[in-house]
Design a protein around this ligand. Sequence first.
Ligand code: NAD
Length: 308
Amino acid sequence: PAMSPSSHHGGAHGWDASGAPTPMHKRLDGKVAIVTGGARGIGEAIVRLFVKHGAKVVIADIDEAAGEALAASLGPHVAFVRCDVSVEEDVERAVDRAVSRHGRLDVFCNNAGILGRQTRAAKSILSFDAGEFDRVLRVNALGTALGMKHAGRAMVSRRCGSIVSVASVAGVLGGLGPHAYTASKHAIVGLTKNAACELGAHGIRVNCVSPFGVATPMLINAWRQGHDASAADDADADIDLDIAVPSDQEVEKMEEVVRSLATLKGSTLRPRDIAEAVLFLASDDSRYVSGHNLVVDGGVTTSRNLIG
Ligand code: NAD
């Protein structure tokens, strides 16, 4: 008989004897994953989807309250560790925690990221602040590199593993974010290619996902400031100020803006859509994909819609 999909996937579950998919294909069954920035937004959606697909997950985030609460709500296979991805010891500790608790690490998702200050002065190449530039690069670019370093070290001995980072459409096109953010996201796409070259020799895959606008606290903070003239000029306005739960109205408005730019009409980009792309790259379903940047943007980067 013809090779069944399960034998093709090295014995993964999800297909019955006739080759038909079973109702719930748990694509990370028994695997151990770390998700940075997993306490809210896109990271939270990734954590939830990973758990649904049978993974044991460690949430690594600076937001202890939200991270602990999410972990507690998802049961015994989810733990929280306080981790600032720009601090090497923190990243190392998060990896150690997953390995000591579960014996190994299969998936590392570099999702934590910050947008940086949104004031007009801060956003201009003619007046940006070097300290703020450094802060954004430390979290987004160095944080991602540190994740690759320590996840890679934990994975090499087993000769397998998948590292998936969340870059951005701002890592592909210019003009979509502050300079430091754009630079940091281009850095993630570059790091992904470089690390894939090196770690491929050890059987480890390295990829990234580039979302367009998703109505998370990050984007709604930015949008609020863009629509608040006083905030836009206030040198002290802080983009990182927390909106744990944006209002439904703000989410709807934001989604409307994103929909108007997407080429693909009739649906809305949600955190879950980004999580599905990350899941694909994390799981063995993408076993021969490495060094890739999977853009999830409703066709924006391949259309002229952004320039109207
Ligand atoms: P968010 O601000 O809603 O959530 C980010 C999470 O990361 C929070 O839980 C926060 O506590 C955590 N975090 C921030 N700094 C950290 C640090 N130093 N160490 C550990 N955790 C930290 O943002 P989001 O929209 O969910 O963004 C997630 C990722 O997706 C980011 O890398 C972002 O750049 C990227 N992204 C978002 C969009 C979008 O439209 N929302 C688009 C493209 C890319």
